[in-house]
Design a protein around this ligand. Structure first.
Ligand SMILES: Nc1ncnc2c1ncn2[C@@H]1O[C@H](COP(=O)(O)OP(=O)(O)OP(=O)(O)O)[C@@H](O)[C@H]1O
Length: 233
């Protein structure tokens, strides 16, 4: 049964009639060129972009449900950590804003710091974090409210290959351990291959192809042949 269903999603500038079913617990990677519509697709699911069509989570229509009530964690490509808050306060922000019991916030944030191996960063401000550390803090912040759905928009962009690989591994572990349904945007086939249960290929606002890594690797649509050639297998 599908956990996320998109039905005939069209947006004014970009997406064209996308219909898609994602099962609970799947890690789906959306692959496509710059400007293809990948971020817009995540924004639709998050309730951050206007659209025509229907979005369902667990068979409930989400069209009139605002972002903060959609049970999602979201890590954007340009991570907007609050510059004036340290790591601890960046992570706890959403808990405070939603009335989480004040006496339980510290324990909750500490457990998230442990999970992401960033306890030593808890008093640091974003300007004193490396790119990789910022991603980990961003992930902790996205996960602190225990969402069922995690949306990641090029979360590893501009990291060195070794750091990217280690965070990728961590994302995969968190995805399983926290029973997440994860949607991940990239234009890197190597990244997609390492992570995906399924790959969805977006080109010119359309979902051109969706299938297993093997399906996409051996029978790619024309638009991503270059990605596959570039990944060096
Ligand atoms: N509000 C808007 N007004 C005009 N054009 C828009 C608007 N929102 C999105 N677009 C256009 O829609 C297209 C898809 O953008 P989107 O950010 O979803 O692509 P993407 O596949 O995520 O690209 P990238 O890999 O560069 O992040 C782009 O051409 C963008 O300029």
């Amino acid at each position: 049964m599908s956990f996320i269903r998109l039905q005939n999603i069209t947006t004014p500038y970009c997406l064209k009639n996308i219909t898609l079913d994602i099962k609970a617990g799947e890690l789906v990677v959306f692959l496509g060129y710059t400007g293809a519509g990948k971020s817009t697709l995540l924004n639709v699911i998050a309730g951050l972009a206007g659209y025509q069509g229907e979005v369902y989570f667990n068979q409930q229509n989400m069209n009139n449900i605002p972002t903060e009530k959609r049970d999602i964690g979201y890590l954007l490509q340009d991570i907007y950590l609050f510059p004036h808050l340290n790591t601890f306060n960046n992570i706890s922000f959403a808990l405070r804003a939603t009335g989480y019991p004040a006496d339980k916030i510290t324990t909750k944030v500490e457990s998230m710091l442990d999970l992401l191996h960033i306890g030593h960063l808890k008093c640091r401000y974003p300007k004193d974090l490396s790119g990789g550390e910022k991603r980990r803090v961003g992930l902790a912040r996205a996960l602190i409210r225990e969402p069922k759905i995690l949306l990641l928009d090029e979360p590893l962009a501009s990291l060195d290959p070794a750091t990217a690989k280690s965070i990728r591994k961590e994302i995969k572990t968190l995805h399983s351990r926290l029973n997440l349904t994860t949607l991940y945007v990239t234009h890197d086939f190597t990244e997609a291959r390492e992570l995906a249960d399924k790959i969805g290929v977006i080109a010119n606002g359309r979902l051109e192809q969706i299938g297993s890594v093997q399906d996409i690797f051996y029978q790619p649509v024309i638009e991503i042949k270059e990605f596959i050639a570039a990944c060096g297998h």
